[in-house]
Write a protein that binds this ligand. Structure first.
Ligand SMILES: Nc1ncnc2c1ncn2[C@H]1C[C@H](O)[C@@H](COP(=O)(O)OP(=O)(O)OP(=O)(O)O)O1
Length: 567
């Protein structure tokens, strides 16, 4: 008997690592892939994940958005006895999946807060009925947490051998360290504790190693296998454009891009707030772009109408907050433009990743503005590690010395070298500038304010340095002739490098962001200490860098700095 088990394990391992070898279920899988799902081949890692799950292993599958995670539990569900329990965070996601499964004749049902009593009764009864036709049961985590009746039915189904698999979609929602923590996910450990023999499949597009470790603990999965597909979306071109807070012409820039570079092509413009969704959309419409707003505060019919019209190319561009997210599955999105930076790299990767799902080239452009940093900063002030994550996004935008892909890769514990980028990002050539004297000037302004018992917002520091403060104060500091954009870039760099740091202050109505001296500020007293910063490249071709940027960058290069070296 032990020999049999050993042989079984060896064969399983062989088959897992050589997914072409035949399992007892392989023929049926292939058949259903073609006949039911109408797909001809598996995408990378799909077959491996399915074989592991079919052999009863617990598995975390980390795969970029749109690469086909759902097939990894839908196909096994069709090829197994009983049903698969799928935990999904949003009812809209659930409905999309049910619609899709219905269209390919796979029986699936759902239970959520809006299910009618009759429907719930029927589903609960069918769970233990061996003749029940459904292969997938979709539930929200709230249902698991709150419905004792559901748990008792699941237990009966488990004892009758009808609960074949558990899939936890968006599994990163379990962890507070993930970007989308949902309290009810914390209670899902009950599933593995009550049904230890049922294989669990956790799916996510965004979890880092530490988030997955946390999910493993929360879900009580003893030793899951983790499969991670590469996150390098080689068809996506990454670019950062500067937003001038003095005269923000980003909307004109965006409308020019849409009308010229992306003429008749589908895309998304992400904005910071519901108000921005309305105003940016109206501005774009005013400039002749076929755009519509989308945000959480719209009524459900309007939202689904915008979504439907966009999906069928009746609207070219959706100007949306992040509420336009989960469940967006349009293959031919050619551009995702961020009018304002995302609150973390993980969020940015996910949002921009809605471009190019059909594997054809698509652009991901973010507009980076100095003031936006502080708008978002006060928004995420209550979040664990919110500031830290925001600064990684700022670093991505401010960064000009590493390929954008390599900056993203770090966040997914991957290494993508410049070759993996294949010049599909705007950072290729750069210049290094010495900002030591500038840093001393800025630090002196902040120091002076401190000695006068004053606090300075980033705006006040900017203006003081540019000589716009009170006349008396101007005499006490070294002002600059640099442009506002240059001044903002240097202050941001000093914040990122630790010469300045953030100092929050709360009032009953709002949260203020002030600048104070950072841990590295004292180093500037040392004569031999120098600081450099890299500067974004000047336009290699007129198509990739806007006119405003070229002018600013030229002046930045020629006038601002005595010491310029080219790498
Ligand atoms: N093997 C395949 N061959 C061709 N298309 C496939 C294959 N597998 C899946 N797809 C298609 C089906 C969908 O239209 C699209 C995205 O699949 P889906 O399962 O929704 O992605 P996902 O779950 O990884 O994305 P998200 O993270 O956005 O939910 O890919």
């Amino acid at each position: 008997n032990q020999l049999n088990i050993l042989l079984y394990c060896i064969l399983t391992c062989l088959n897992v690592f050589f997914p072409n070898l035949d399992f007892s279920w392989s023929t049926e899988l292939e058949q259903n892939l073609k006949d039911v799902f109408q797909l001809s081949t598996f995408r990378p890692l799909q077959l491996k994940a399915i074989n592991l799950s079919m052999s009863g292993k617990d598995l975390f599958l980390v795969m970029p958005t749109g690469r086909g995670k759902s097939l990894c539990y839908q196909l096994p569900a069709v090829c197994s006895e009983g049903f698969t329990l799928v935990v999904t965070p949003l009812v809209s996601l659930m409905e999309d999946q049910l619609m899709y499964l219905k269209s390919i004749d796979v029986e699936a049902v759902s239970l959520n807060a809006s299910s009618s009593k009759e429907h719930a009764k029927m589903v609960l009864a069918e769970m233990t009925d061996s003749k029940a036709p459904f292969k997938l049961l979709y539930v929200t985590p709230e249902k698991i947490a709150k419905s004792k009746l559901l748990m008792s039915r699941l237990e009966k189904a488990y004892n009758a051998g009808r609960l074949s698999r558990i899939a936890v979609d968006e599994v990163h929602c379990c962890s507070q360290w993930g970007h989308d923590f949902r309290p009810d996910y914390k209670l899902l450990g009950i599933l593995k504790r009550q049904f230890p023999k049922v294989p669990l499949l956790g799916l996510t597009a965004t979890a880092t190693g530490s988030v997955l470790k946390d999910c493993q603990k929360i879900l009580c999965v003893p030793e899951p296998i983790t499969l991670t597909a590469s996150f390098n979306r080689t068809n996506l071109y990454y670019e950062v454009r500067l937003k001038d807070s003095n005269s923000d012409d980003s909307v004109s820039d965006i409308s020019a891009l849409i009308k010229e570079r992306y003429k008749d092509q589908s895309g998304i413009v992400y904005v910071f707030s519901q108000k921005d969704a309305e105003t940016v959309s109206a501005d774009l419409q005013g400039k002749g772009v076929n755009a519509s707003p989308y945000h959480a505060n719209m009524n459900p019919e309007d939202k689904s109408q915008v979504h439907r019209k966009w999906a069928t190319n009746k609207i070219q561009v959706v100007v949306a907050t992040v509420a336009f997210g989960m469940g967006i599955d349009k293959a031919d999105v050619r551009f995702v433009i961020h009018h304002t930076i995302s609150k973390s790299i993980e969020n940015y990767y996910q949002e921009s990743g809605r471009a190019g799902r059909d594997d054809k080239p698509a652009d991901c452009i973010v507009y980076f503005g100095f003031n936006d940093i502080f708008r978002i900063s006060t928004m995420v002030v209550m979040e664990n590690v919110g500031q830290q994550k925001l600064l990684t996004m700022v670093d991505y935008c401010q960064n000009v010395d590493r390929c954008r892909r390599s900056v993203i890769a770090v966040h997914f514990d991957e290494v993508w070298d410049d070759e993996g980028c294949n010049e599909m990002c705007d950072v290729c050539h750069y210049i290094t500038v010495d900002i030591t004297q500038h840093a001393k000037d800025v630090v002196q302004i902040v120091e002076l304010a401190g000695s006068l018992d004053e606090k300075l917002t980033p705006l006040k520091v900017t203006e003081a340095w540019m000589g716009k403060g009170p006349a008396k104060r101007r005499k006490m500091i070294q002002t600059t002739t640099l442009s506002r954009l240059e001044v903002e870039a240097i202050i941001t760099s000093l914040l990122l490098q630790g010469y300045l740091s953030e100092d929050f202050s709360f009032t009953p109505y709002t949260t203020y962001f002030y600048l104070k001296l950072g841990g590295k500020a004292p180093l500037l007293k040392n004569q031999s200490h120098s600081i450099t910063m890299k500067m974004r490249r000047t336009g290699l071709d007129a198509n990739t860098v806007s006119t405003t940027q070229q002018t600013v960058q030229e002046s930045f290069r020629q006038e601002a700095f005595g010491c310029i070296s080219r790498d």
